[in-house]
Each structure stands twice: as structure tokens, then as C-alpha cells.
Write a protein that binds this ligand. Structure first.
Ligand code: ADP
Length: 482
């Protein structure tokens, strides 16, 4: 299948190592909307990853010695290039990932915003002068780039998960080797092509596609790599952490979530329904900050449910490129199998179906927007991320119970709640064990705020002024004998 791109040269089927496009297209990339092959990408392994790391190491001295403004100018060029190519990038993204075209375009703009943000933040990497306890000495702290970094990214946000790593890395003066998900490598390669055109020097940003375990093994074992940034499952995050132990790498991990969404009886119910819809069904439920557990206070449960079911019934399932579609296919068969197993488990343990519950009539990996009621703490939907279009509704009686239920998870990425009582808003916001809390909103992602989790949802923050700190080392200079 040929994609109708304005600029067909954005569809890359080779990897970028040391400024050269290399490798033979071997592994097919398919469209989850129909299973059709879009293109193929190289199946690289440890050896090519090592070459990419060496290239990133060679490129480091020049890149880190440039001024922040010089790096910023190149990143701004890249930002403009991404926006100028937004339509093509969105089409590539939808074709390999499945999300509706409007959502894909939104992701491209969001992805570009990280490049712009960090192009600016790079210029504000200040040092510190600390009052000295000695008369003859001065204490100064400078910040320096970590060095060669590696990134491993998932398929659910094929563009934004890349730019929020490579943006701060390059702005800080680091170089990078990226391994995108094999479900969605084409968006990554298109971004790399635009980086090259924008003036990112050879070796500063390298992209390798291929065998995850081999590439990840080399990235973690190679002592030249000083930092790894990973977004993906908690299981793989744990593995990368273990593998990085021998070379004591810095790690940023953005792992699984199990977001609670609490609606108190003083909430604006219409607003809560709107927030739940945005947070639950965006990307067909395949985001790590998607609501997984909806807790409704008993007195308003009937009203909330009725409105939620009405809103979810109005969603349109279909091909991401078709006009008016709001729900694309799930990424693959295992994703559908997981959703089905969660629903079957819940129903077997007493939950009831208020909407959907099965594969969509369109076939393939399309799934009906689903609402489950009467959910309980012993069900899979309570402790495992469903990662699909299933809204699981639990009841609670009072605030303490809601907080207890919400925090009963090994994860702590995002949490949401709706209330109009100011005291409660503060109490609950402080009590939730999450890295991010949406109060009276279901949408929290922005490049200006620190994104990240606590507990087993990960380490570090992405976006905001904190996002660049993960790519910097502090160095303390003691100037004595003055
Ligand atoms: P998801 O459920 O989002 O697919 P994964 O953690 O499996 O989560 O995948 C996220 C990224 O991690 C992908 O780029 C994938 O290829 C990569 N990955 C999977 N297994 C490994 C591994 N053993 N070492 C390094 N990377 C891996």
C-alpha cells in the first residue's frame, strides 16, 4: 500500500546511524486497521546498536561544546519542520498505529511542542553559587550534559514519547540512540529524517529498529551509554533497570499506570462524564494515563452511569483515516485478548455489562466501547491496566474509602477526581499516591508540566523545566586558596 503523502521521502525504510541511512527493509510494518503491509524496516541487532552508540560518542564532543543558543536554533528548525510536515506525519502515524487522524495530528503538534519547549529550556541551564563556609573558598555548581544516552519508546504515542526524550537530551548537549517500538517505527524514522534536514549533526540522533532484546541488551551493557530513558511496560522497565545495574546507568522510566478516577457526590456530573470520556476512550484506552478504575459515590452513581453510557454509545468505531471516527482499532490481537480476558474475569466475578463487551462487527482488532458496572477489588480490572476501551465502574460510600481504594495499587502514575468542595480538593489531591492528579479534568498532558509517576510507575519526570534535569549532571567546584 502506498500512503498518499505530500512528501513521500518521509516514509523511510532504513535506520539512521552516524548520518547514514542503513539496513535492509526486512520487518513488515502493518496497518492495524486492516492488517495490510505499509512498509518494512531493518532488523538490526547488538552490532549495529554498538555502532550507533560509538557514533553518538564521536558526535558528543562537538555537540556538547556548542552554545545552548546554537543547539536551540537547530531544535527550533526541527520544531518548524515537524509542524510543516504535520499532515504527512499524522497519516504515517495513523497508518501504523490506528488512532483517528485528528488525534494523530494532535499528537504531532504535542510532540513538536517538546522540541520547542526544550529548545528554550536548554538556554536556562543555570549553575549555582553557594555561600562558602570558608573565607578562602568559593563554592560553585555547574550543570553538564550526561553524555551518550539511549531511549526505548512504545507504540501508543509513536511521536510524542520520542520527542520528550530527544528534545531535552539534545538541548542539554547529550547525544542519543533511539529504539522505537517495532509496531510504529515509521513515525520515528520520519522524525529522524526531519531532524537531519533541520541540521542535527550526524551521530547526534541515531535510530535503530530491530530485535528489542538485542538492542536493549547492548544499550544497557555498553558503558559508553550513561543514561537510558524508557517508556513502556513495568515488566520491561524492571528488566532494563536490572540490566543497567552493572554499568550503574542513570534511568528515567515511565511505566504502567492504573489510574483511578473518583467522582464525589458534590461534583459537576456532566463535567465528570466529559472528563471520563476523554481520559478513558482517548486512543481507544491505550494510554498509560487512561482511566482504569472509575469510583463513583453511591448517591450519584445512577445519574453518572446513565450519562456515561449515553456518551460512550455515541463513539464511532472505524478506520482512523475515515471522517468522524473517534475509536480506531486496538494495536494487535494480544491487546484484544487482554481486554476480553479482563471483561470475562469481571463478569465471572459479578460485574454487569452496561454497554459493549465484545469485538466490534468491523472485525479485526476493533472493539466495542464498553462500560462495566458492579466492579470489585478482586477483579483484574481493579489491579491490572486494561489498556482498552473498557470503563470499569466501582462504588464507594465516603471519602476515606475512595482514597483507600484509589491508592490500593502498586502503580502511581495519574489519578483524577471531581469535586467542587475546596477543602476536599486539597485533601484528596494530597492523599492520592500518584505523580499527577487531574482535579476536575480528564486531560493533564502538556509539555510545560512534569509528567511521571511514583511507586512502580517509574522514575524521573518528562516535560517542564524538570524534564531537562534528567539529562544533566551536577558538578561542584570548590575554588580554594583565594
Ligand atoms: P508495550 O506494552 O507498550 O508494548 P513494552 O514494554 O513491551 O510495552 O514495549 C515498550 C518498548 O520496549 C518497545 O520499544 C519494545 O520493543 C521495547 N522492549 C520490549 N522488550 C524489551 C527488552 N527486553 N529490552 C529492551 N527493550 C524492550
Amino acid at each position: 500500500m502506498t500512503l498518499p503523502l505530500n512528501d513521500p521521502t518521509l516514509l523511510r525504510t532504513q535506520c539512521l546511524i552516524d548520518g547514514a541511512w542503513v539496513g535492509d527493509p526486512e520487518v513488515a510494518v502493518t496497518n492495524p486497521a486492516d492488517g495490510e503491509r505499509i512498509a518494512a524496516v531493518p532488523n538490526l541487532g547488538a552490532e549495529e546498536t554498538r555502532q550507533a552508540i560509538e557514533a553518538a560518542d564521536r558526535a558528543l564532543a562537538d555537540w556538547r561544546s556548542r552554545t545552548a543558543s546554537e543547539r536551540s536554533a537547530i531544535l527550533h528548525n526541527w520544531y518548524e519542520a515537524i509542524l510543516a510536515a504535520a499532515d504527512d506525519l499524522a497519516l504515517i502515524l495513523t497508518s501504523e498505529q490506528g488512532k483517528p487522524l485528528a488525534e494523530a495530528r494532535g499528537e504531532i503538534v504535542y510532540a513538536a511542542s517538546f522540541i520547542q519547549w526544550f529548545a528554550e529550556e536548554g538556554k536556562r541551564v543555570h549553575g549555582e553559587v553557594i555561600p562558602s563556609p570558608r573565607r578562602d573558598a568559593r563554592i560553585i555548581v555547574i550543570q553538564q550534559p550526561v553524555g551518550v544516552t539511549a531511549a526505548i519508546t512504545p507504540w501508543n504515542f509513536p511521536a510524542a514519547m520520542i520527542t520528550r526524550k530527544v528534545g531535552p537530551a539534545l538541548a542539554a548537549g547529550c547525544t542519543m540512540v533511539l529504539k522505537p517500538a517495532m509496531e510504529t517505527p515509521l513515525t520515528a524514522l520520519a522524525l529522524a529524517a526531519l531532524a537531519e534536514r533541520a541540521g542535527v549533526p550526524k551521530g547526534v540522533f541515531n535510530v535503530v529498529t530491530g530485535a528489542a532484546a538485542d538492542i536493549g541488551g547492548e544499550m544497557t551493557a555498553n558503558p559508553t551509554v550513561r543514561k537510558i530513558s524508557f517508556t513502556g511496560s513495568t515488566e520491561v522497565g524492571r528488566l532494563l533497570m536490572r540490566q543497567s545495574a552493572d554499568t550503574v546507568k542513570k534511568l528515567s522510566l515511565e511505566l504502567g499506570g492504573n489510574a483511578p478516577f473518583i467522582i464525589f457526590d458534590d461534583a459537576d456530573i456532566d463535567a465528570a462524564v466529559e472528563g471520563a470520556m476523554q481520559s478513558k476512550y482517548r486512543n481507544s484506552g491505550q494510554t498509560c494515563v487512561c482511566v482504569n478504575r472509575i469510583y463513583v459515590q453511591r448517591a450519584i452513581a445512577g445519574q453518572f452511569l446513565e450519562k456515561l453510557v449515553a456518551a460512550a454509545s455515541a463513539l464511532r468505531v472505524g478506520r482512523g483515516t475515515d471522517e468522524g471516527v473517534t475509536q480506531g482499532p486496538l494495536i494487535d490481537e494480544p491487546a484484544v485478548a487482554k481486554v476480553e480476558s479482563h471483561i470475562a474475569d469481571a463478569l465471572a466475578k459479578g460485574a454487569k455489562l452496561a454497554l459493549g463487551g465484545k469485538r466490534h462487527a468491523l472485525g479485526g482488532t476493533y472493539f466495542e466501547p464498553t462500560v462495566l458496572t458492579d466492579c470489585k477489588a478482586d477483579m483484574l480490572v481493579a489491579h491490572d491496566e486494561t489498556f482498552g476501551p473498557v470503563a470499569s465502574i466501582f462504588l464507594f460510600d465516603d471519602e476515606q474509602e475512595a482514597i483507600h481504594l484509589a491508592n490500593a495499587s502498586e502503580f502511581g502514575l495519574a489519578g483524577y477526581f471531581y469535586s467542587r468542595d475546596l477543602s476536599r480538593v486539597w485533601r484528596v489531591a494530597e492523599a492520592l499516591e500518584c505523580g499527577m492528579v487531574g482535579v476536575n479534568t480528564g486531560l493533564i498532558s502538556t509539555e510545560v508540566a512534569p509528567f511521571g509517576g511514583i511507586k512502580q510507575s517509574g522514575l524521573g519526570r518528562e516535560g517542564s523545566s524538570h524534564g531537562i534535569a534528567d539529562y544533566l549532571e551536577l558538578k561542584y567546584l570548590c575554588l580554594a586558596g583565594l
